[in-house]
Design a protein around this ligand. Sequence first.
Ligand code: SAH
Length: 513
Amino acid sequence: MTYEKGDILTIDITDMGINGEGIGKINGYTLFVKDAVIGDKVRVSIMKAKKSYAYAHLDEVIEASQDRVKPLCPKAKACGGCQLQALDYKAQLSYKQSKVRNDLIRIGGFDPEYATSVLKPIVGMENPIRYRGKSQFPIGRDREGHIVTGFYAGHSHNIIPIDDCVIGAEEYAQIMDKVAEHMRRYDIAPYDEASGTGLIRHVLVRKGYNTGELMVCLILNRGPSYDGMYITGQGELIRSLSSVENMTSVSVNLNRSRDNVIMGEQTHTIWGKECIEDCLRISADITDDDSCTLSDFSKDIDAGCGIDRLDREITYEISPRSFYQVNPIQTEKLYSLALKYAGLTGSETVWDLYCGIGTISLFLAGAAGHVFGVEIVPEAIEDAKRNAAKNGIDNADFYVGKAEDIAVNEDAAGNSSEALIDMSSDTDKIILPKPDVIVVDPPRKGCDTALIDTMLRVEPKRIVYVSCDPATLSRDLKLLCDGGYTLSEATPVDMFPHTVHVETVVLLSRKDA
Ligand code: SAH
């Protein structure tokens, strides 16, 4: 049976899709209903009908699910940032757990019983609000021409005005008010996507969770040359922003492009420091192997007869364009797991690919022989090097490059700390010594197949895969398991409460090791 646009139906929501939409079935026909949650009985009207499924509008919740809650944010329904605020947090966690499991089975091709046995319970947050250490607010005009700041509505670039985002830091609202107020006073135009005119495109704000330090970066539709004073009344704006308690850095970033990429290449600090600092603390059980030797960090490690436990704090400098995990509270838990899965005993050569500012690498270095970090953003690598020095770590080296372009130096001894850079080709190829362990933490699109091939060729004992998309993770796990690895354990970590996103950390072990 099929239905058509305008049909009105009553259905039970029995599942939720990858974007958090409710899913209900009627006579074998599937309906996707935004804002409906599992367990709801709803009345819907069909908006767009296909042969076997349709998108329907939620007209009325007839019987609310026992997991339905009042969203914390009054704008949650319209804003594209949070998709799950109407779902109780425990139910959000079980939705994410089954999302990872389903992808392992459907995309990864793992047997359902096996997937259940290797998948550990998701690590949730105790208090899932105010966790975002970074937010990027678009600035535009509403229909009446007033300046608005907030977030984009789902699947569009219409700005939903948000006064205070409950998953962001408390100070963000004050900062955004000050920017909007200044723009109104001096009649500064926000960027207009359609015409490519206007000045201020986005405002990036960051907060160091453990230090409280704040950063603001105004992304301007200017460049490539920099004249230092693009904003009318810039001195006054700086005074206003720097009066926010704990403000540490104010910068502008120049971006003239007409595409959706938020930040341009050039950043100029206009007040305070270039970076903010944050620190992360990890206490992890690493291994019970007692045949190991302790690295230089042994003094920081509460070790019995080997490196069983790593108990360490690392301080990071973070510049505006560098990637830094948005939820530091959960990051500490995520990295503890990554470290445990790496199973280091003090002597290993480790590759940390997609290393950002060296966040995981510097913890790995505490239990490894040598760590090689590779990352595509040059500023992040500069930060990583500075961070290593700042924390007195001398067994981690960092290189700018693409993870998929890495080659292995077959001749180098296993514990060599030498990497070579091949400048003979257009893109510099980084040639690293053979690894015992590889850690990868790619963006949503997952690992390039060239990197998967490299990993299979160099045969590390273990691969630790940190992923922010269970679909691409499952795709890559299939390739790695077909190539000789066993999926030993996977743990989802809720880095992004109230959104559909879920992070997963996975241990792969070589079958013949
Ligand atoms: N491991 C880091 C960063 C993970 S985010 C942390 O936990 O903080 C993914 C990182 O991969 C980003 O810093 C991004 O700039 C980088 N990246 C994206 N594509 C890349 C590629 N092809 N090769 C290397 N790094 C890449």
